[in-house]
Design a protein around this ligand. Structure first.
Ligand SMILES: *Cc1c(COP(=O)(O)O)cnc(C)c1O
Length: 406
């Protein structure tokens, strides 16, 4: 396994790599970034990126032979001349005024330097960005936010500057600072394997209708924050009390919370509008109560109906015949919207034993004409995905073992 050494101090490049699931070390180097004017624009950014990579090779104390040093340099070009970072607010204004209503190019050179062989690979990625016509007041309002001041081209597409962009052609990540797809193509052409996060490995298995719910019950806040920094937004909790504490503690992060555990009727009043989805509606009475409480506050609660397909007396959920019998009443509730079905096969089952349960849930959902299927946990999610799960609920594989129940 190789490891990336990122020779950059840019938080944006680090974020792109992190969200793509790479573990890497950052080793920012400081070199003169004054371009060599005798070179073409493409050669100038390659030259700068290469000097960063070589400085990193020289200075980085981590000499692991598997290291791949990644250095890059980005340039914004308008009509074949380079636009750097602004030197003053007036300078930022002049730049944005020039970009207004026009297309410009964002070029990034990447250099990959193999620490053991010293072999160097480079690539230049060019994207086109089309700006709207900007009026002076909008430009000044933007400059006053401070965002443009350390950005080549005086804007950040991933920030407030995104509102100036009419459209772009090419890799979005390239405009932010790192051409991820070109980078990954190079990795596979070189046959380099990198260790990647569990989150990115699972996400790579999802199609566009399939979502990952990170089950964070009995896991500490720091681990949730870590997953959020890798790009995860949807989290599932089992116990209302614990869930509400986490919703409150992490409200700055704008997360989407799902309640996946059983709900006691005397706890329904605490739900309020805190959960995007409830996954474990296991009786008509519970559904009625949720609808009643939601109507008092004035929202519609999205839910999954939990179905027990294993004929296990101990498991919660409707059995197949009772869900059919209750369906009309369930769908007539005014403040509950049923989006799909959920199942939780016996935990001791082998993953493949659960395939038949997943197939049954899908057949039942088709019959009832609901789309979402909440099924699959750490040990059987691959089977669930194959059987058409739209929400997999994964705890242990993402977070590691849970703390013991209090
Ligand atoms: C705990 C739990 C999960 C996650 O289980 P893991 O094995 O940790 O992935 C999924 N769904 C429900 C209903 C749970 O209670």
């Amino acid at each position: 396994m190789k490891k990336i050494v990122l020779a950059s101090q840019s938080p944006r490049r680090a974020e792109i790599l992190k969200k793509a699931g790479y573990y890497f070390v950052s080793f920012p180097v400081f070199i003169s970034e004054i371009p060599n004017e005798n070179l073409s624009l493409d050669e100038q950014i390659i030259d700068i990126a290469k000097r960063k990579a070589l400085a990193c090779l020289d200075q980085c104390p981590d000499k692991n032979p598997g290291n791949i040093i990644l250095a890059s340099d980005t340039m914004v070009c308008l009509e074949n001349s380079a636009i750097g970072k602004p030197e003053s607010e007036q300078d930022a204004f002049n730049t944005l005024k020039k970009l207004s209503g026009k297309m410009h190019e964002v070029k990034t050179a990447i250099i990959l330097l193999d620490q053991s062989t010293k072999d160097i690979t480079f690539h230049i990625e060019t994207s086109q960005v089309f700006f709207k016509n900007l009026d002076d007041q909008d430009i000044w309002d933007y400059i006053k936010t401070g965002e443009p001041m350390d950005k080549a081209g005086s804007y950040a597409i991933q920030g407030l500057g995104g509102k100036f962009v009419e459209k772009f052609v090419g890799d979005y990540n390239n405009v932010v600072g790192l051409p991820l797809s070109a980078l990954e193509k190079t990795f596979s052409a070189k046959n380099w394997q990198f260790e990647k996060s569990a989150l990115s490995q699972i996400k790579a298995k999802l199609n566009s209708d399939q979502h990952l719910l990170a089950v964070s019950k009995l896991q500490p806040l720091e681990k949730i924050r870590e997953l959020v920094s890798q790009g995860q937004k949807a989290f599932g909790e089992n116990y209302i009390q614990e869930a509400l504490e986490k919703v409150e503690a992490l409200k700055d992060l704008n997360l989407e919370w799902h309640l996946i555990g059983p709900i006691q009727k005397n706890k329904v009043k605490y739900l309020k509008n805190n959960f995007a989805y409830l996954h474990a509606i296991d009786s008509l009475e519970l559904a009625e109560l949720v609808s009643k409480k939601a109507s008092e506050i004035g929202y519609v609660q999205k839910v999954f109906i939990q179905v027990n397909l294993s004929n296990e007396a101990t498991k919660a959920g409707f059995d197949e015949s009772s869900v059919l019998a209750a369906w009309d009443k369930l769908t007539q509730l005014t403040h509950v919207k049923i989006v799909g079905l959920m199942t939780m096969p016996p935990l001791q089952n082998e993953a493949l034993d659960n395939q038949v349960h997943f197939k049954k849930l899908k057949t039942l959902a088709n019959r009832l004409q609901v789309k979402e299927l909440s099924m699959g946990t750490s040990h059987d999610y691959e089977v669930a995905l194959q059987e058409g799960a739209t929400w997999i609920r994964i705890g242990t594989v993402l977070f590691g073992e849970r703390q013991k129940v209090k």
